[in-house]
Ligand binder design. Structure first.
Ligand SMILES: Cc1ncc(COP(=O)(O)O)c(C=O)c1O
Length: 361
């Protein structure tokens, strides 16, 4: 049996009719940039996330960058070294400087270590809700309030996740989402959104995404071209209706893995807290590379998110970090492995994955 790491074609077969109609409607309207479709999607997304505004942008990376620009952050930004490159990349692009803080056993930034990293230059915190696991936003917001810091949530992997009954992305000054095809809510290319409850900030981000123009061709600020396409918005509007169902299916699949793998020697399953979703199901083992090879040999897809922490990336060497600075993140990079998990994965496929992991152990 062959088990893909992520299977998007299967998902699309189920909603083909609705998607085709939505795309045809956009084609017939002749309106491809922003417009009514994007506006409607923004309203529906804001409603789902329990925030006042959602602003559609070209990607999750731009959502982070435009949040920093809109908040005028240019100093130090505290974030995790265990994330996708875009988290720190956006900080540089905005002219600010990342300051890393090690992670906890849930793979997220350890809130108990944040205060030690705060200096006079610190202006913001970017917590990343990795793999769908919520950061402890109560602690993080308390620290931010105490030190007068902005909070930009990187919720790219956590749409639908809740902490204390509130959706991720609704705690900070802004929340950043990615609609990369493999995310909980994925479009047919690149896309992203910024969530906020702040009227002025929403307006500024709407201006920044069109080169800072307001009105058209008059620029008081310098922005970029970062708009969500009407076609992507149409696809996302269809898929948003299925998000809860798909997140539930991911959770059920994760629970099956938990119960099947929990007692295996040398394998750790992900930490569970109420409200989490599973964008990825990531196990941990000291023999990670051998296990990956074994799964590949048996036609089972798997991925390493992420093999090298951000502070050890070559392009950031000028920051002066070295090996050993963030031992938890560095260890995680050696040991994590994400195994197949997507809405619609069958019991047979999961049983096959489990049987091969057991065989390996
Ligand atoms: C944690 C995290 N932040 C930011 C991004 C960037 O999103 P995008 O790929 O839409 O630019 C991603 C996407 O992979 C991500 O996983």
């Amino acid at each position: 049996m062959k088990v893909e790491f992520i299977e998007l074609k299967r998902q699309h077969q189920l909603i083909k009719k609705e998607i085709n109609t939505a795309i045809q409607n956009v084609l017939d309207s002749g309106n491809f940039i922003l417009g009514e479709e994007v506006k409607r999607f923004e309203e529906e997304l804001a409603g789902y996330c329990g925030v006042k505004y959602a602003v559609g942008v070209a990607s999750g990376s731009d959502a982070l960058f435009l949040s920093l620009k809109a908040l005028d952050v240019k100093g130090e930004v505290i974030t995790t070294p265990f994330s996708f490159f875009a988290t720190a990349g956006a900080i540089f692009r905005a002219g600010a400087r990342p300051v890393f803080v090690d992670i906890g056993e849930d793979y997220n930034i350890n809130p108990d270590k944040i205060e030690r990293a705060i200096t006079k230059k610190t202006e913001a915190i970017i917590p990343v809700h990795l793999y769908g696991m919520p950061c402890n936003m109560q602690k993080i917001m308390e620290i931010a309030k105490k030190h007068n810091l902005k909070v930009i949530e990187d919720a790219a992997q956590a749409l639908g996740t809740e902490f204390n009954g509130k959706k991720m992305g609704s705690f900070g000054d802004t929340g950043c989402l990615s609609f990369f095809p493999t995310k909980n809510l994925g479009c047919f290319g690149d896309g992203g959104a910024i969530l906020t409850n702040n009227d002025g900030l929403a307006e500024k981000i709407r201006t920044l995404r069109v080169h800072g123009a307001k009105p058209k061709y008059f620029h008081k600020i310098i922005g970029i071209n970062s708009r969500l396409d009407a076609l992507q918005a149409a696809v996302l509007r269809v898929k948003l209706c299925f998000l809860e169902k798909w997140n539930k299916q991911r959770k059920e699949a994760a629970e099956f893995y938990n119960s099947s793998l929990r007692n295996l020697k040398n394998i750790s399953c992900p930490v569970y807290v109420d409200g989490r979703t599973y964008n990825l199901y990531t196990i941990r083992t000291k023999n990670r590379d051998e296990l990956k090879e074994y799964l590949t040999k048996n036609e089972i897809g798997s991925e390493i998110y992420y093999p090298l922490p951000l502070h050890l990336q070559e392009c950031y060497s000028f920051l002066g970090y070295k090996k050993g600075d963030f031992p938890e993140a560095e260890k995680a990079c050696q040991e994590v492995l994400s195994i197949p998990l997507f809405p619609g994965i069958t019991k047979e496929e999961q049983e096959y994955v489990v049987s091969k992991i057991k065989e390996f152990v």
